[in-house]
Design a protein around this ligand. Structure first.
Ligand code: GLP
Length: 254
């Protein structure tokens, strides 16, 4: 795991966008794993700008999002389908038939989860996985647990995650309690992973994920074992990482 310290949200977004753009230029038919949440908004904004400026071509790219709420249709404004449509898909030349998210309306969640894993495998796996991190260390909707879920699965959102996501819904009661989430198998098999973390809310999670033991109680900690994981942290999110870690060799100041 490489931990790259950058100054602020803007620098984090730019660094992430350079990594994604480099991936697409190097392999135009890349398979990208994508995340939702506030954190990657700056990254998506830059990718859209670079596309509009003729600097990027998404026509051969395939995308797989990490997760979707169970019970929200793609047209629901808070669905992750709608989020991706708004912030990326509608603004670049991604081919709609190659943009995948789990179907939150599937009658049989288990069957949908199996189909989603099969689609990722049929695409050859993920080349570059973009991740955010929850305040409790979750990635996708892989919540703290006593084991790592390997495959795509039905995820039960923790109280902390429900509270954190309530800002997007009219009332706390409206926040879905369940989601379909990609598991650690697809994430750990990705050729490269980039996790973005910004702001003081994420400091505790970053500290535990980067400096702590590898445990399903802190799902992002599994990335310590990934052969090509980069954690891009801004100064606020890195606040609890001890100074000596910044000179540990595998950690870079951006
Ligand atoms: C949700 C998503 C995660 C995301 C997390 C953090 O739970 N399922 O993929 O990383 O929120 O979101 P934010 O970036 O808004 O803090």
């Amino acid at each position: 795991m490489d931990v790259v310290f950058v100054e602020d949200y803007e620098a984090m977004s730019r660094r992430a966008a350079e990594i994604v753009a480099g991936q697409i230029r190097q392999k135009p038919d890349s398979v990208l794993g994508l995340a939702t949440g506030s954190t990657p908004l700056g990254l998506y904004h830059l990718l859209c700008r670079w596309y509009a400026a003729g600097r990027l071509d998404f026509s051969a790219v395939t995308t797989f999002n990490l997760d979707e709420y169970i019970g929200l249709s793609p047209t629901h404004p808070q669905s992750y389908h709608a989020f991706m449509q708004k912030h990326l898909f509608s603004k670049v030349n991604l081919c709609p038939v190659r943009c995948f998210l789990p179907d939150g309306m599937a009658g049989d969640v288990l069957a949908e989860a199996g189909r989603y894993d099969a689609r990722i495998e049929a695409a050859g796996g993920i080349d570059l996985q973009v991740l955010g991190i929850g305040r409790n260390g979750h990635i996708g909707f892989n919540e703290p647990d006593d084991h790592f879920a390997v495959r795509t699965h039905r995820a039960y959102l923790s109280d902390d995650t429900i509270k954190a996501n309530a800002r997007f819904f009219p009332r706390l009661a409206d926040v879905p309690r369940e989601a379909i989430s990609v598991g650690m198998g697809a994430i750990m098999k990705a050729q490269r992973v980039v996790l973005l973390a910004s702001g003081p809310d994420k400091a505790e999670a970053v500290h535990r994920a980067v400096c702590g033991v590898v445990t399903p109680r802190v799902p992002a900690s599994i990335l310590q074992l990934h052969r090509a994981a980069t954690v891009l942290v801004d100064a606020d999110a890195a606040a609890l990482v001890p100074e000596k870690w910044r000179h540990a060799g595998r950690i870079h100041i951006g």
